[in-house]
Write a protein that binds this ligand. Structure first.
Ligand SMILES: *Cc1c(COP(=O)(O)O)cnc(C)c1O
Length: 382
């Protein structure tokens, strides 16, 4: 039976408790498990390696991404670190987007400087540069699409079929498995920061790596246990609870975004609006091909001075100035000083992030209220 994603999200792991018939799977906090007898361990022996609650959350993610196996980690960053630890030697090259998530940039740059592996940041939309980079025989190509915060789109299918013997990894945090499934487009691994839409309530830090095949995931599981970066039972439970409502959340947030984008298109105080759902967006065509939605994040450059930007942010009441995205509440961020502060200014410029850029994560409030709030903030800087 081809089970749909809504059904997977809602029903994964239900009714597995035999002792009490719990509908919702109970959370297993025990760190350790008794042996049947000497040298007779159970499926579970120690929760760092394997835990029943984490297993359910992992299975859910595997099902949603059409993967074979998932390793849940303590954060999105540790998920990326896990991949580097498991697959890269000091002479191996990793190719990453020049405009990747700020934390990813910081991690990969630090690993490169420490000699853990080699890293090359390139514009993956520049076919010439991308093809040239293959001369260096990369071991791993890391893809992030849509990118943060410029919403640039790269063609997952085209990159993943470049060459065999390269590990293709896609950070799918922005789209979630609801709108994009990179394993179906040729990727070997999918990374998620579960701290965003997957949990959806801004009260959990966790990450995950979903693998296309078990050879890859066995290695990740070994490293996850060895490094000790698997997610806790409580966090795994919390994620599972968030995933129950994933589908209706992301669809409603996307609907709100459409309304807000229509409003923003009429705003004379906006210089450029970045949203892949707009036909004027350079990545629109590829987005239509590989995504089944455009999500609920957009960014724009405000016209005017730094003081106007400050005034605009201070006037907003329903958009909280904060890092992160994907929660039920609407947020606004200033990438240059917040999410991408870890990037050196030159790298930020290269990625197109200027000081007037703002990124909005649209939540589940009523879009009329959100629009009214934006309208009064724009009015305050007229
Ligand atoms: C947030 C984020 C990460 C890092 O995840 P954490 O859970 O915060 O460690 C990685 N990639 C993207 C695209 C993100 O948005």
């Amino acid at each position: 039976m081809d089970i749909k994603k809504s059904t997977i999200s809602v029903r994964s792991g239900l009714n597995i408790d035999e002792q009490h018939g719990c509908v919702v799977p109970p959370i297993t906090l025990s760190t350790t498990y008794n042996f049947f007898g000497l040298n007779q361990p159970r499926l579970y022996d120690y929760s760092r390696r394997k835990n029943p609650t984490r297993d359910i959350a992992q299975q859910t993610l595997s099902d949603l991404e059409y993967g074979k196996n998932t390793i849940m980690t303590s954060s999105g960053m540790s998920a990326i670190y896990l991949i580097c630890s498991a697959f890269l030697e000091p002479h191996d090259l990793l190719i990453a987007p020049h405009d990747c998530y700020g934390g990813t940039y910081r991690l990969l740059d630090a690993l490169h400087k420490k000699g853990i592996c080699k890293v090359l940041f390139i514009d993956q939309n520049d076919t010439k540069i991308l093809l040239e980079s293959l001369i260096y025989k990369p071991k791993l190509i890391f893809i992030e699409t849509p990118s943060n915060p410029m919403l640039r789109i790269v063609d997952i299918y085209n990159i993943c079929k470049l060459q065999k013997n390269i590990l293709y990894v896609v950070d799918n945090t922005f789209m979630t498995p609801v709108f994009q499934n990179p394993l179906m487009l040729g990727a070997d691994l999918v990374v998620h920061s579960c701290s965003k839409y997957l949990n959806g309530h801004s009260d959990l830090i966790a990450g995950a790596v979903v693998s296309k095949d078990t050879y890859i995931s066995d290695k990740l599981a070994w490293w996850g246990n060895t490094l000790g970066i698997t997610s806790s039972a409580f966090d795994s439970y919390q994620l599972l609870r968030g995933i129950r409502t994933l589908m209706p959340r992301v669809y409603q947030q996307q609907k709100n975004t459409k309304n807000i984008i229509s409003f923003c298109q009429k705003q004379s105080q906006i210089n450029t609006l970045y949203y892949p759902g707009l036909s004027s967006h350079p990545g629109h065509r590829i987005a239509c091909k590989q995504q089944s939605g455009f999500g609920s994040i957009f960014s724009f450059e405000l016209k005017g001075t730094k003081n106007m930007l400050l005034q605009f942010l201070q006037s907003l009441k329903l958009f909280t100035l904060a890092e992160s995205f994907g929660g039920v509440e609407s947020l606004i961020a200033h990438p240059a000083t917040m999410t991408h502060a870890a990037m050196p200014e030159s790298a930020r410029k290269r990625a197109g992030i200027n000081d007037m850029l703002l990124r909005i994560s649209v939540g589940l409030e009523d879009s009329d209220d959100l629009i009214a709030d934006l309208a009064q903030a724009f009015k305050s800087i007229e």
